[in-house]
Write a protein that binds this ligand. Structure first.
Ligand SMILES: *Cc1c(COP(=O)(O)O)cnc(C)c1O
Length: 402
């Protein structure tokens, strides 16, 4: 266990003022959630916004609505390397997961693979395809929309990690038929936990409104738990103190699980209150992340043995992903980072085609590139706590090469 300066892999720190506005929001209740939803609508220029308890819950709501509109379809196509919350939501919605391999250079779909799936006879069962802005890197949603046009397959934009980004001037979250953000910890903006669904499609919005009636409210005890978590986030995201929550195994920081048993709730006034002033906060957070990612990109010109994503667009990385070509070197880097508290992490433990729950699945194809990416990827922190000393130590960690 490390005691002393330890960088979190990702951070959207909460301020004391966010805690205070959260408590005021708790008092205001649904009025506060309405305000937050209206602000998201206005900023994104979208017709409908629904606020829920997590990104998973948001995706679940979307999928249930789509399913009610097209009951004969029951499969959801996702990239084989993504957050485990995605298949969790699909399974909870009673649907089947289908996988598409990814392109290691962009971390977006392998479009040849996507084309083969969409033009196969089994595509009739596809309800939706989920382009994902992994680590904030924009996926080519427009291309996916073009590929599915006329097939009835809906495009669900997973913008869980990319709130604040734009593609050709248009905000992520509004590029597909329906999209969602996560407001969990470690995301672009955090309200402790939370999710937002955005759509301009009235038909889908009506169906979601119907399903939202089955979502519960946060009880007083639930909100107290959120307040306590917010206090911990406010004080312990700071690298001077982060070693403490990291050392507590029951917090299970940084772990990711496939678990279809998660709560479905409407966002509380407390969470919406914590978000108050989010527009400026998000702009600042994204700006800092962009600046730090540029530094890593510059340093990587001198570091050898890595493969870096080829990306463009107006976005900021949530974490900076790179592929380490030599597996031994990768384990060495992860170990040394752990010992030095540098916040370098693996991404997701494995590609989805390798998970046991899908072992029985008929439609499961092997996704070789996603598997390789899972074995090679590390991410560097880009949040505002990364300082010059950290930069030097990261250079000492990543520059040596033989
Ligand atoms: C975090 C995340 C989700 C789910 O969000 P939660 O709020 O954690 O449920 C979905 N997709 C991606 C890509 C994510 O990173």
């Amino acid at each position: 266990m490390r005691i002393g300066r330890t960088l979190p892999p990702a951070a959207a720190p909460l301020l004391l003022s966010n805690l205070v506005s959260g408590l005021a929001g708790w008092h205001r209740g649904t009025l506060e959630s309405k305000r937050f939803a209206e602000e998201i609508k206005a900023v994104h220029g979208t017709g409908h916004v629904f606020l829920v308890s997590s990104g998973k819950a948001a995706l679940y709501l979307i999928l249930r609505a789509l399913k009610s509109l097209q009951p004969s379809r029951d499969e959801v196509l996702v990239p084989a390397f993504t957050c485990y919350s995605v298949p969790s939501a699909i399974l909870k919605a009673g649907l089947r997961v289908r996988l598409c391999d990814i392109d290691p250079d962009t971390l977006d779909f392998d479009y040849a693979c996507l084309d083969a799936i969409l033009t196969s006879t089994s595509a009739k069962r596809l309800l939706a395809v989920v382009p994902t802005h992994l680590f904030g890197i924009p996926s080519d949603v427009t291309r996916v929309k073009r590929m599915v046009s006329g097939t009835g397959v809906k495009v669900v934009e997973d913008a869980a990690q990319s709130m604040g980004a734009k593609v050709k001037g248009q905000r992520t979250g509004t590029l597909g038929d329906v999209g969602f953000f996560s407001l969990g910890r470690g995301k672009a903006l955090s309200t402790v936990e939370g999710g937002a669904v955005l759509t301009g499609d009235t038909c889908i919005a009506m169906a979601m409104k119907e399903d939202l009636r089955y979502f519960g409210h946060y009880s007083a005890m639930d909100v107290i738990r959120l307040v306590l978590q917010a206090v911990v986030l406010t004080f312990f995201t700071d690298p001077r103190f982060f070693w403490l929550p990291k050392a507590l195994p029951f917090l299970r920081l940084g772990e990711t699980h496939l678990d279809a048993d998660f709560p479905l709730k409407k966002m509380s006034g407390f969470q919406a209150g914590v978000a108050r002033g989010w527009q400026n906060r998000l702009t600042t957070l994204c700006c800092v992340r962009k600046c730090n990612a540029d530094k890593w990109a510059e340093a990587l010109k001198h570091w050898k043995g890595f493969r870096v994503p080829k990306v463009c667009g107006d976005f900021s990385f949530l974490r900076y992903p790179l592929l380490v070509m030599n597996p031994e070197r990768r384990s060495g880097i992860l170990e040394e980072s752990e010992a030095k508290g540098l916040g370098v992490m693996q991404a997701y433990p494995d590609s989805l085609d390798r998970l046991d729950v899908f072992a029985q699945s008929l439609n499961l194809v092997c996704c070789a590139k996603a598997q390789a990416v899972a074995k090679q990827m590390i991410t560097l922190p880009v949040h505002g706590y990364v300082n010059h000393g950290d930069y030097q130590r990261m250079n000492d960690l990543l520059a040596p090469y033989d």
